[in-house]
Design a protein around this ligand. Structure first.
Ligand SMILES: [Zn+2]
Length: 117
């Protein structure tokens, strides 16, 4: 069960490998933790957390390189009330507005030109 997924250390670009079940979506690998995320170590049950904290070169995950000893963080995508949480965006982007812009990411606008034939 599971399959290996590789990530780069953002500090030194050592490649680490992690066995994943594959049903959680990765959000980002960062040299710092996201506020509100709970991180498990690679030896723990990582799917129970919101992400994984690597200890570069010292937790047995490095497959290419010696590691730099720094920590870095793999964060999974999190949703709250159906809205993806993104700590990197200003909070107003998370609100559901009451303006006239529909939330749909795509629509018929791209075909308004016509006349292709
Ligand atoms: Zn490193």
């Amino acid at each position: 069960m599971g399959f290996p997924v590789r990530y780069y250390c953002p500090h030194c670009e050592t490649i680490v490998e992690l066995e994943r079940d594959g049903y959680l979506a990765d959000k980002a690998v960062t040299p710092y933790p996201f506020a509100g995320w709970e991180y498990a170590t690679p030896s723990e049950s990582i799917e129970d957390g919101d992400g994984v904290v690597f200890h570069c070169g010292e937790d047995g995950t490095a497959v290419d390189g010696d590691g730099c000893g720094e920590r870095f963080y793999l964060s999974f995508v999190r949703f709250e009330n159906g809205v993806e949480i993104d700590p990197r965006k200003p909070s107003e982007h998370v609100q559901i507005g009451n303006d006239t812009t529909p939330p749909s990411p795509r629509g018929p606008d791209g075909f308004s030109g016509g006349g292709f034939w």
